[in-house]
Design a protein around this ligand. Structure first.
Ligand SMILES: C[S@@+](CC[C@H](N)C(=O)[O-])C[C@H]1O[C@@H](n2cnc3c(N)ncnc32)[C@H](O)[C@@H]1O
Length: 214
C-alpha cells in the first residue's frame, strides 16, 4: 500500500521547486559522497514515508550508501532494506567499500546486504516483496530492460520504482520499452540539463507498478 496522492503531490512540488539544500530530516546523508542530488534523496525518503509501516525498500547500485541512507533516514522500525552492489564500478572513486556511509548502511539492523551481481540476486531472491525499488546499477539499455523485466516479479502489488541516469539513451530506452512490455506507468520524467545537475542528477524516471490482474 502506497499513499499515491501524498507521494505524487510531494514529487510534483519538488519538480517545481527542486532542493538546493539538504532537508534537516536527511541528516544521515550529510557528508556522504555519491551520485544523487538533494531532491532525489528527498523523493526516496518521501517514498518510504508514503509506503506502509513494514514496507521494503530495494536498491541496486548502492555505491557508498548515499541514496540508501535517504531511505533509512526516518524509516519506520519495521521497514526493511534489501541492498545490492558487487562494487564492480567506480573502484578509483574513493574507497567505496570502506566508505563511512556504506558502513552506516551495512550495520543497520533493518538492512539485508547482498554483495553480488544484481541479476543473480533477482534470479534467486525469495524474500519479501519490494514496495519501493531504486534501480541504479548497470546503465546500458540491456541491463535496464532486463532489470525491469526480472525485478517486477519481486515487486509488491503496488510499488514505486526509480530509474536513474535517464538523460542517457540506454536507461531511457530500457525504461520506455519496459513500460510498453510490462505495464509500468510513468509518473514523473525529471530530466536535467547535464549529468550531476543539482536538481535531479542525470535525469530520473519515477514509475508506478501495479501488478496485473491474472
Ligand atoms: C552510480 S553507482 C550508484 C550510486 C548510488 N545509488 C548513490 O546514491 O551514490 C552504480 C553502482 O552500481 C554497481 N553495479 C553496477 N552493475 C552492477 C551489477 N550488475 N550488480 C551489482 N552492482 C552493480 C556499481 O558497482 C556501482 O557501485
Amino acid at each position: 500500500m502506497i499513499d499515491w496522492k501524498k507521494f505524487k503531490a510531494a514529487v510534483a512540488r519538488l519538480e517545481k521547486n527542486p532542493l538546493a539544500e539538504l532537508p534537516t530530516e536527511l541528516t544521515l546523508c550529510k557528508d556522504v559522497d555519491g551520485f544523487c542530488s538533494k531532491s532525489n534523496l528527498k523523493i526516496i525518503h518521501t517514498a518510504m514515508q508514503c509506503a506502509h509501516e513494514s514496507a521494503v525498500y530495494c536498491e541496486m547500485g548502492v555505491f557508498q550508501g548515499l541514496s540508501a541512507l535517504a531511505a533509512l533516514s526516518g524509516s519506520h522500525d519495521d521497514q526493511r532494506l534489501v541492498l545490492v552492489d558487487d562494487f564492480r564500478e567506480l573502484k578509483g572513486y574513493g574507497k567505496s567499500k570502506d566508505a563511512p556511509g556504506l558502513k552506516l548502511v551495512r550495520d543497520d539492523k533493518r538492512v539485508l546486504f547482498y554483495e553480488q551481481d544484481c541479476f543473480q540476486v533477482m534470479r534467486n531472491y525469495m524474500g519479501p516483496k519490494w514496495d519501493v525499488w531504486y534501480y541504479d546499477a548497470g546503465h546500458s539499455f540491456a541491463e535496464t530492460y532486463a532489470a525491469l523485466a526480472m525485478g517486477r516479479h519481486h515487486l509488491a502489488d503496488e510499488a514505486i520504482v526509480f530509474v536513474d541516469d535517464t538523460n542517457w539513451n540506454g536507461p531511457r530506452t530500457g525504461v520506455e520499452l519496459a513500460i510498453l512490455d510490462f505495464g509500468y506507468e510513468k509518473l514523473f520524467d525529471l530530466g536535467t540539463p547535464c549529468n550531476g545537475h543539482w536538481t535531479f542528477w542525470n535525469g530520473w524516471i519515477v514509475l508506478k507498478w501495479k501488478a496485473p490482474n491474472e
